[in-house]
Design a protein around this ligand. Structure first.
Ligand code: NPG
Length: 365
């Protein structure tokens, strides 16, 4: 395989409904893709960064800069996803930028080899149990309606976004309305502090699968303390940016569950390493989401098909996010979504949706 050109593509897509978290409200998704054009095939990678640095320090315009100025100049015709990771190691952080380029390289090289990403990663499932993430709602009535609709569609697990002032009552309401058998978890996106321990302990009454990222990204010690103080399992998201941070968190006892997002950890190869570590240690993992379009969703489904992904992920159907996805839509069937089987990520932008995107830069190697 020889990579000849790398392209950056930009776009914007509306969400079907506003998505509110403890750090802000998203009504649309700014899009950034890398397309790696080889001598035989081309591959796509989607950047998961948001427009603003509120989920993490990375944001989309910054990723454009990092990718253009620092990552792409290191790529040569014979660069593979694996050699790319080694080559860009001296560049600190910038996981979402690295993951976007790595995904495109993986897609093109696996297409050349006629292997699906799922097979390359070691997937053992042909379909993935699907959960859905429910944003903070304006009223408890809205919450019950929205959760009810998702349950009716067949989602197997509900994740409620929480923040101080919208937490215990929210969970209590959903439990009361939908019963004790509903698989239910909460996500705080780092909205609490160690002084909230007694407050968060009230969640123990609701038999939650987990509480995700209650404290600040860099407060591992706080998560250790909290994990000891409450019975609800603590799951880390933002804090886990690499195999090393995952191992450190597990060694310290900061979390009995991990949310793996390839974009947050620098790519699919690092994500698989974290999966393998967790599998060896008996730590359940699940695949998070960043409101990806079909390009990123296809790759996430391949990862989520690995054997350690024993909890339903935020890998929802295309219709949960967009009126029309960039690729053929991913569809929920009996609570599951099929893992793509074609070479590479197995999907491509639809011609009419590609026409809504703009090729913003071309780098000849
Ligand atoms: O289904 O893709 C999805 C969204 C899942 O809740 C979700 N993502 O913190 O995990 C998160 C959250 C998020 C939303 C992160 C928006 C960043 C922006």
């Amino acid at each position: 395989m020889t990579i000849e050109t790398i392209e950056l593509w930009r776009g914007r897509i509306d969400l079907v409904s506003p998505f509110r978290t403890s750090f802000g409200t998203e009504t649309f998704r700014d899009l950034l893709y890398v397309r790696a054009v080889g001598d035989r095939n081309a591959g796509w990678g989607e950047c998961v960064a948001m427009a603003t640095p509120n989920y993490s320090s990375e944001y989309l315009e910054n990723c454009v800069q990092v990718i253009s100025r620092f990552l792409l100049p290191l790529i040569k015709g014979d660069t593979t996803a694996e050699s790319f990771i080694a080559t860009v190691a001296p560049i600190r952080g910038n996981y979402m930028s690295k993951a976007c380029v790595e995904s495109a390289l993986l897609d093109v090289q696996l297409r050349d080899q006629d292997i699906s990403l799922a097979r390359f990663l070691g997937a053992t499932q042909s379909r993935v149990a699907s959960g859905v993430s429910v944003g903070i709602q304006a009223s408890l009535g809205d919450l019950v309606r929205v959760v009810g609709e998702y349950i009716a569609q067949g989602y197997l697990r509900i994740k409620l976004k929480i923040e101080p002032g919208s937490d215990i009552e929210v969970v209590h309401t959903v439990r009361k309305e939908f019963g004790d058998d509903l698989l239910l978890q909460v996500d705080a996106n780092a909205a609490y502090t160690r002084s909230d321990t007694a407050h968060l302990k009230q969640l123990d009454a609701f038999n939650l699968l987990l509480i995700e990222q209650p404290l600040a990204e860099d407060d591992l010690a706080g998560h250790v303390e909290l994990a000891r103080a409450i019975n609800t399992p603590v799951c880390l998201d933002e804090s886990i940016t690499s195999l090393d941070t995952a191992r450190g968190a597990l060694d310290l006892g900061a979390c009995p569950v991990i949310n793996i997002k390839p974009g947050r950890v620098g790519g699919y190869i690092e994500a698989k390493k974290i999966h393998d570590l967790c599998l060896a240690r008996g730590i359940p993992v699940w695949c998070g989401g960043m409101l990806e379009t079909g390009i990123g969703r296809a790759a996430n489904l391949a990862l989520a098909a690995l054997p350690g992904f024993t909890l339903p992920g935020d890998t929802s159907a295309s219709a949960r996010y967009f009126a029309r996805d960039i690729t053929e839509p991913f569809v929920l069937m009996d609570g599951y979504i099929d893992v793509p089987t074609g070479p590479g990520i197995g999907v491509e932008p639809l011609a009419d949706m590609l026409a809504t995107l703009t090729k913003s830069a071309t780098f000849k190697l």
